[in-house]
Design a protein around this ligand. Structure first.
Ligand SMILES: NC(=O)c1ccc[n+]([C@@H]2O[C@H](COP(=O)([O-])OP(=O)(O)OC[C@H]3O[C@@H](n4cnc5c(N)ncnc54)[C@H](OP(=O)(O)O)[C@@H]3O)[C@@H](O)[C@H]2O)c1
Length: 270
């Protein structure tokens, strides 16, 4: 049985979270509260998503104590030299005293990265976040960052069509987690013939098999996004079956060269 949390030091990251990119507008708070009512205890937002106020309201409306929710937000590179005020603004929008995890959303130039990473220590000191990390950082950028702040994770694109083998090995060697964004490859994985075949054997969906393949790897958490209640339930129910070694390998063996984030801004990883 795999644990439903990844433990890094004293931080417990729920393996399954709700991604909230593009969950905006009047219904967003209800979408977040719905997810929490289904059992989600990990919510992923960012200043760039322009939904922190709604995410904060959804968490409050859920009635579940704040201490039971693992909340992540992220600071965009344009705020790297102004990090503390940006984090304070996020907390005001969320109407919270702290988040559980604060991430640098994308790497910037080396000097700005260094300034922002150093400021993550001040974020911790002020109690604005329980833990800090990065997103979309390469191994080389992580190698610098982890020397200057207690980084606990890198949130990166990871799904059956993209390898993160080298990054994952690096993260594990320094006791850091990988949070897989775009884990369903924007929904494409739900229609994949190889994944559909494996799903049929378990009476599950290809989406569930994809998420299970990810969380069945040590130190990997997933944050699929959906606003449909039936899919929220589907994506959450991935802990009552197990993929065999052969099934894991069949998914490992799918071609792994498709990055779905903007290649103009995505750096080289391996
Ligand atoms: N750090 C970063 O730079 C970064 C970048 C991108 C994303 N993220 C985070 O990662 C989260 C997830 O990534 P994402 O939203 O880009 O991609 P994703 O979760 O891989 O895919 C979301 C798409 O899949 C559909 N979907 C969800 N569940 C499904 C299911 N069970 N079966 C079939 N289709 C399904 C959704 O449609 P419906 O909504 O219509 O159900 C939506 O179109 C984001 O919301 C965000 O929090 C972070």
């Amino acid at each position: 049985m795999i644990s439903q949390h990844i433990t890094i030091g004293s931080t417990h990251i729920p393996r399954i979270g709700l991604g909230t990119y593009k969950i905006t507008g009047p219904g967003a708070a209800k979408d977040v509260a719905d997810a929490i009512s289904i059992g989600y205890r990990h919510i992923d937002t960012a200043r760039m998503y322009e939904n922190e106020a709604e995410v904060g309201r959804g968490i409050r409306d859920s009635g579940v104590p704040r201490s039971e929710i693992f909340l992540t937000t992220k600071v965009w590179p344009s705020d790297f030299r102004n990090l503390i005020p940006a984090v304070e603004d996020s907390l005001r929008r969320l109407q919270m005293e702290r988040v559980d995890l604060l991430l640098l959303h994308w790497p910037s130039d080396p000097e700005s990265n260094k300034i922002a990473v150093a400021e993550l220590n001040e974020v911790l000191k002020r109690g604005y976040a329980q833990s800090v990390g990065v997103s979309n950082f390469t191994i080389a950028q992580l190698e610098d960052a982890r020397k200057d702040a207690p980084i606990i994770c890198d949130q990166v694109e990871y799904h059956p069509y993209l390898s993160q083998a080298k990054l994952l090995a690096y993260l594990r060697s320094y006791d850091m987690a990988l949070t897989a964004y775009r884990p369903l490859a924007l929904g494409r994985a739900a229609k994949d013939p190889v994944l559909l075949d494996i799903a049929a054997a378990h009476k599950k969906t290809a989406g569930q098999v994809t998420l299970r393949w990810l969380v069945q790897q040590d130190d990997v958490a997933v944050i699929p996004k959906t606003t449909h209640r039936e899919r929220l339930i589907e994506n959450f129910n991935i802990f009552d079956f197990e993929l065999t070694e052969a099934e894991m390998k069949a998914i490992d063996d799918l071609p792994k060269n498709e990055r779905l984030t903007n290649p103009a801004t995505a750096p080289e990883w391996d």
